[in-house]
Design a protein around this ligand. Sequence first.
Ligand SMILES: NC(=O)c1ccc[n+]([C@@H]2O[C@H](COP(=O)([O-])OP(=O)(O)OC[C@H]3O[C@@H](n4cnc5c(N)ncnc54)[C@H](O)[C@@H]3O)[C@@H](O)[C@H]2O)c1
Length: 258
Amino acid sequence: MSTQIFSLQGKTAVVTGGGSGIGKAVALLFGQQGAFVHVLDLNEDNAAATAKEIGEAGGKAAAHVVNVSQQQDVVAVFEKIATPHILVNSAGVSHIGKLDTTPEADFDRIYQVNVKGVYNCLYAAVPLMKKNGGGAILNMSSIAAVVGIPDRFAYSMSKGAVYAMTLSLAKDYIKDGIRCNSISPARVHTPFVDGFLAKNYPGQEAEMFEKLSATQPIGRMAKPEEIANLILYLCSDEASFITGCDYPIDGGFIKLNN
Ligand SMILES: NC(=O)c1ccc[n+]([C@@H]2O[C@H](COP(=O)([O-])OP(=O)(O)OC[C@H]3O[C@@H](n4cnc5c(N)ncnc54)[C@H](O)[C@@H]3O)[C@@H](O)[C@H]2O)c1
């Protein structure tokens, strides 16, 4: 019998967006803690690389290429997995723009991945969790859900929806033994941040990186591993009394920026 705190021995975990950034850090940590980790990602090479790294460290993992915005494909993958005890919805995309610089196509793209993608994974996982006697779900919201961040109109919309879905799901399935929480990181240094700096601020990447780092009162961005540690706690049996909550993990962004 394992007495290791935050052990995930015997658990099956699904991590969307597990090919990169926060999802990757979560997948690696979950593998280290003994879970069988299913890495879901649009990017085949990255999903496979995460699963390989888990295997090389002595863990168990499988990679699945799936677009979370396609419900039939998502349901098919979860049916194969069959007994998801833990679901981490980390797949997400970013967008820079105010209302009048957010064309319909961009709004729809953000909605399809960040909102519908989360809905699809919940839709696929919850019936299986109910059948298996419960589960733990962690959704990736953002400080943008509760603070007005400049130029994040569509992204903020999507993260507000993630927060609201978290509360609704936690309420409806509490009697089924399903816990559902979200976390709201401030900036985390991942390819997500590097990608949007390169796309939106070409030639000014270093300057914008420093500017974004300084918006956290702690003076830097988070590392993906720091986010993964909180997610491990919330998905472990040690957090068995926690449901329907959102946890800022933000270097003081929400409460200390005054
Ligand atoms: N990095 C930050 O500063 C930050 C802050 C707050 C919240 N978040 C949220 O955390 C989550 C992870 O962000 P990250 O920084 O690790 O990003 P990332 O870009 O490093 O990783 C996101 C992963 O999601 C995958 N993905 C994208 N669209 C997909 C789709 N349709 N189907 C399946 N997979 C898809 C990508 O291939 C990638 O592997 C996102 O939901 C993001 O909104 C990030």
